[in-house]
Design a protein around this ligand. Structure first.
Ligand code: ADP
Ligand code: MG
Ligand code: ZN
Length: 618
């Protein structure tokens, strides 16, 4: 701020102090009851009474010589001449005090100064060049014109699936005409979803770098201002600029700041945010032909987003940017080690293996800490010791520690997921396994993904296989470790739900070919829903459901016991690699071996509970 800005602040402060110190409170103002009491106790010597409007202003001296002031109603009995004189008070009636010219002037001056200050503040926020109101509504987007982003997909590692998904966006931006000629409708909006630090912002930039188009980036929180309407104006301005620059990319980082579900605010709604969100929706709907603007957005909380944002024509594509597995972490480490001189003792493969649970941002931080340590000790190369120590430091951070899953937990999770996958692979009617992983995602410690086959009808055999697969995770824990964990809750829900529907909706049990389902759609009452069948039938249903579940659990258990050696081998591979593709799973199942992990020798696989459970190489 310039010198006169500071002078302005100083003057305002001085004047305010003067006005405040001159206020009547500080010159012996008595409360009404204080004054009444003083009169009653004959402590008041003189009283000058002035009537002004609806109040009586009293001032004078107390018997001890102190000045005082008080204000009351003109009709107050204490003011009666008789009352006052009876208490020995000398009364004078005076004209009401006029508002002093000086006071009024100083008040005006202060107001002017405060106004000046506000203008000054707004200007300095907007880069100080003129037209305050105008610049306020301009979008704060950082614009990078084409060819300036040197980042490409090779700078992002460990999220190959996300890159594949985004390749289509890149293709379109490079040659939009190819798509236009075919009349293809291209997605307007792509939502990048993933935990913090997994590289969403980086990936969005890389898309722009790959496509060589202009890139407008803005953070969701930049839209949310204290003045209503500014956010919406910024959105309008941003998209106006983007349309002129088409084809281009608009990237809205942390979109949950504007995109939260509407109408959930307890203080009666946040008008500003809603207006901004509405404007965003309007702009996204308004893309016409020839306007090749693709909006990328990133969030780690897709669950809080307003459903309207996810509708077709808006952010209808989601690209998941997960935390990397061990191979991904090694590639990320290679990227960030490019410009760092590493000693021979640093093995990135080993570091990758020891940093389970870390995301790209953590790994970058890790190497940076290691470099700092080496520099502090005056070495010219980073050693393995530096990296180890840096790892401890990074993990020491409060929120990171919980991320690194305990080794034993990971092993049990791996058995569980392999159990699902193995059953799915061995049973004839189950969906084929696409990928299984022990990289935590959301609240689950691991997951198995299937390629569902499109079927119009499900046969009884296929449904039983699906139930068997769902229960196989739990069964695998029992087969391999002899005890089970609480990780199978969701599996049980799924299996039980399927079994119940088989009995009550699809007539696939001894209970009979009846439609026994409760019509839950229209039931709005409280308490248990009325049923259309007897208690006896209800018992039969429960028994039939339990029959199915127990039968399939026994089947899963037998299947996995029979293939216990593959179960163990697959689990070891999964613990070492953190994720396995369907191909790799089938290779191991067929008795083949997987190529060694790049970088280091195989880890000595730890055995969780006693070596006997672990027939290695059987
Ligand atoms: P997000 O936006 O998902 O929170 P960022 O993209 O801001 O994460 O990542 C922060 C930094 O971490 C990046 O600038 C980059 O240096 C590093 N990083 C994160 N993920 C990766 C990755 N997959 N490959 C390479 N570097 C990464
Ligand atoms: Mg980010
Ligand atoms: Zn499971």
């Amino acid at each position: 701020m310039k010198w006169w800005g500071w002078a302005l602040i100083a003057c305002t402060g001085l004047l305010l102090a003067l006005i405040l110190s001159g206020s009547p409170r500080n010159s012996g103002e008595l409360g009404l009851s204080e004054f009444t009491q003083a009169v009653r106790e004959q402590r008041v010597k003189t009283a000058d009474i002035a009537f002004q409007g609806g109040t009586a202003l009293v001032s004078g001296r107390l018997t001890n010589g102190q000045p005082y002031r008080a204000r009351t109603l003109p009709a107050d009995p204490v003011l009666k001449l008789g009352t006052l004189e009876a208490r020995g008070v000398t009364v004078t009636y005076v004209a009401p005090p006029r508002v002093s010219v000086l006071g009024a002037l100083s008040m005006l001056l202060t107001l002017a100064l405060i106004g000046g200050l506000i203008v000054l503040l707004i200007r300095s926020r907007n880069g100080a060049n003129g037209d305050a109101a105008g610049t306020f509504a301009k979008s704060k987007a950082a614009v990078v014109s084409e060819g300036q982003i040197k980042l490409t997909f090779t700078d992002v590692a460990g999220c190959d699936e996300a890159k594949q998904d985004l390749q289509e966006v890149v293709d379109f931006l490079r040659q939009p005409d190819k798509y236009h000629l075919l009349g293809a409708r291209i997605p307007h909006g792509v939502l990048l979803v993933g935990p913090p630090g997994s590289g969403k912002t980086l990936l969005a930039k890389a898309v722009a770098g790959e496509a060589r188009v202009p890139y407008f980036s803005i953070s969701g929180s930049d839209f949310v201002e204290m003045f209503v309407g500014v956010g919406a104006a910024r959105v309008r301005d941003l998209f106006e600029q983007a349309r002129k620059a088409s084809p281009c990319i608009v990237f809205i980082d942390e979109i949950d700041a504007v995109g939260r579900k509407r109408g959930m605010n307890l203080q009666g709604g946040n008008d500003e945010r809603e207006q901004t969100l509405n404007q965003l929706l309007v702009e996204m709907d308004g893309f016409g032909s020839g306007q090749d603007v693709i909006v990328l957005a990133a969030t780690n909380r897709p669950d809080v987003l307003d459903a309207a944002l996810l509708r077709p024509g808006r952010f209808d594509r989601q690209v998941v940017v997960d935390a990397p597995d061990v191979r991904g972490r090694e590639q990320i480490l290679r990227i960030h080690a490019r410009k760092k001189p590493l000693d021979m003792s640093v093995d990135l493969g080993v570091i990758a293996r020891r940093t389970a649970g870390m995301v790209g941002a953590d790994l970058e931080n890790l190497l940076n800490e290691a470099a700092l340590l080496a520099a502090r000790e005056g070495r010219s190369r980073i050693t393995g010791r530096d990296v180890d120590e840096a790892r401890d430091r990074v993990l020491m951070g409060p929120e990171r520690r919980s991320l690194v899953v305990r080794e034993a937990d990971r092993k049990v999770t791996a058995y569980h997921e392999v159990g699902h996958a193995l059953a799915a692979q061995l049973l004839p009617h189950a969906d084929k396994v696409h990928k299984l992983t022990v990289v935590p995602r959301g609240r689950s410690l691991g997951s198995a993904l299937y390629t569902p086959e499109d079927r119009m009808h499900h046969t009884r055999a296929a449904l039983l296989d699906r139930i068997c697969v769902a229960l196989a995770g739990h069964a695998a824990e029992d087969v391999a470790c002899g005890e089970v964990t609480t990780g199978a809750q969701n599996d049980f829900q799924q299996a039980t739900g399927l079994a119940r529907r088989m009995v009550t909706e699809w007539g696939m049990s001894e209970v009979g070919q009846l439609a026994l389902a409760q019509d839950s759609g229209n039931y709005l009452g409280f308490g248990p829903q009325p049923t259309s069948y007897s208690d006896h039938t209800a018992e039969q249903i429960d028994a039939a459901v339990a029959d199915i579940l127990n039968g399939q659990y026994a089947r899963a258990h037998a299947l996995l016991s029979e293939h216990a050696h593959v179960l163990h081998r697959l689990t070891d591979e999964l613990v070492a690699r953190e994720s396995l593709s369907g191909e790799e799973l089938r290779t191991v199942l067929a008795g083949g071996t997987l190529p060694d992990l790049p970088g280091a020798a195989r880890p000595e696989a730890p055995v969780p509970q006693g070596g006997t459970l672990h027939p290695e190489g059987a």
